[in-house]
Design a protein. Structure first.
Length: 469
């Protein structure tokens, strides 16, 4: 009895459920059903039917031995019998919840397989974990089970991607466009899906009022905000403005060495080990181990430490060479670091690219995008320097083009493009080149950290911070 109504017959597609308070009633209803089906030219499949008698005894429900529908050709369920319906395992006493280890074993098999890191991510994110949604929604798990599942998935990801334990959980769940890995936190997703799937059905059948569940977009925004609220995720807050910034996380880089991909993911997550990060507020030496008076943070090592200037130049040149080689491959005229004299001063823009009759002056800057040095200021500085009338005249004389534009190519050391730069670069390059440039930047940042941990401090000169910082 539900909401004052007695429900004795329920049907879904070609499945029928009969409910009765007595064995006599069940036998009568079954005979009536068999007769009605016969009038329609149908018959009951006894081999796929099951009689589940439940009687209260001693404060619990039991399956009585004496109850049966043998004369109708329908078998009776035993107390320990199990069957599967719509992908869910049942017993006479209801849904049987499988141990959470059963789900995690499948996750571990993929995580420990010989697939490449990004292939493992794609398999788990797109196929394995979403494949559990149907079971988890209909089996109505408790919060503890869902937390155990999330912990097991994060543990498997940290193991196969070799990420440190202090990577925030929000990194795994933030959408890829927002600088995360795009997984679903089951502890919050499953309750919403239960409301969406079963709540609406209950409302239509029984008139029950269901609480409005959050939409997919709302859940994605909530996960992104949680990640961007962390110290490691703050730098990825603008990643969604340019989808190419994080597109490489979903690419199948089957030709890339595994160690390079793992290093890129560690840099991408902001999990580079430094003195400040390892101390986590505890007492100890926080200053740069290469002699700088500044605190040893990831930003300092990769963007400001004077001893890493040469490594930063290599990272910068890797991005410039990518843009130059693609333009040359497509038949464009390209000038790389051509010296131009303006008012008696020599300047060297990274690239001058001819696209048809238009010439573009492109200069690359990889920044930290901090409050002291925001990317917008670097963009304006580059635009003023290379977009001045004197530079335009010099480039016009060099290229014989009457249409000269300046494009400052500004992105952060974690591969996040400034939106203004990306919009203008798309006039010259396809979107995937911007994604490759972001990946090369992340690779270069990881190389800077590796070089920092290897070099002998007595050999490196104390030079100033690199351009664009």
């Amino acid at each position: 009895i539900l909401r004052g109504h007695r429900w004795s017959r329920m049907a879904f597609a070609d499945d029928v459920v009969l409910v009765s308070a007595s064995e006599v009633g069940m036998r009568t209803m079954t005979r009536d059903l068999i007769g009605a089906l016969g009038e329609c030219g149908l018959r009951l499949n006894g081999a796929k039917s099951l009689y589940i008698p439940l009687v209260p005894r001693g404060g619990r429900l039991v399956v009585p031995d004496e109850a049966n529908l043998n004369e109708l050709g329908i078998a009776k369920a035993t107390a320990d019998e199990e069957w599967r319906y719509l992908g869910i395992r049942f017993t006479p006493y209801g849904v049987k919840r499988p141990p959470i280890r059963e789900f995690l074993d499948r996750v571990d098999r993929v995580a420990d397989s010989r697939l490449r890191p990004l292939q493992k991510l794609e398999a788990l994110r797109t196929y394995v974990v979403p494949g559990f949604l149907h079971q988890l929604v209909l089996m109505d798990p408790n919060g503890k089970m869902l937390r155990q599942f999330d912990i097991g998935v994060r543990r498997a990801l940290r193991r196969c991607l070799r990420l440190p334990g202090d990577v925030p959980s929000a990194f795994f769940y933030a959408p890829i466009k927002d600088g995360g890995l795009g997984f679903m936190p089951m502890e919050t997703t499953i309750p919403d899906l239960i409301v969406n799937r079963t709540g609406v059905a209950r409302g239509m059948l029984f008139g029950e009022e269901s609480l409005p569940a959050s939409t997919t977009l709302e859940r994605s925004r909530r996960r992104a905000e949680e990640w961007h609220g962390k110290a490691d995720g703050k730098a990825m807050a603008k990643a969604r403005q340019v989808p190419e910034s994080c597109a490489w996380v979903k690419d199948d880089m089957s030709q890339e060495q595994e160690w390079r991909t793992l290093a890129a993911l560690k840099t991408f997550s902001g999990a580079i080990p430094t003195r400040v990060r390892c101390l986590r507020g505890r007492s100890g030496i926080e200053t740069c181990r290469r002699g700088c008076p500044d605190r040893e943070t990831a930003g300092h090592i990769i963007q400001a430490c004077p001893q890493m200037r040469r490594a930063r130049c290599k990272r910068h040149n890797a991005v410039v060479n990518l843009l130059a080689k693609y333009a040359e491959k497509k038949g464009m005229r390209v000038w790389v670091e051509t010296r131009i004299v303006v008012d008696g001063i020599g300047i060297q823009p990274d690239l001058i690219v001819m696209v048809g009759e238009a010439a573009y002056v492109i200069d690359v800057a990889i920044t930290a995008d901090t409050l002291e040095h925001p990317s917008e200021d670097v963009f304006r500085g580059k635009a003023l320097k290379y977009g001045s009338s004197a530079v335009v005249e010099a480039v016009t004389e060099l290229t014989s083009s009457g249409n000269v534009s300046c494009i400052p190519a500004v992105l952060t050391w974690r591969g996040v493009w400034l939106k203004k730069s990306a919009v203008q670069l798309r006039k010259v390059y396809p979107a995937f080149i911007l994604g490759w440039a972001a990946k090369r930047t992340v690779d270069g940042s990881g190389f800077i950290w590796a070089s920092y941990m290897r070099i002998d401090s007595s050999r490196a000169p104390l030079l100033g911070p690199s351009q664009g910082q």
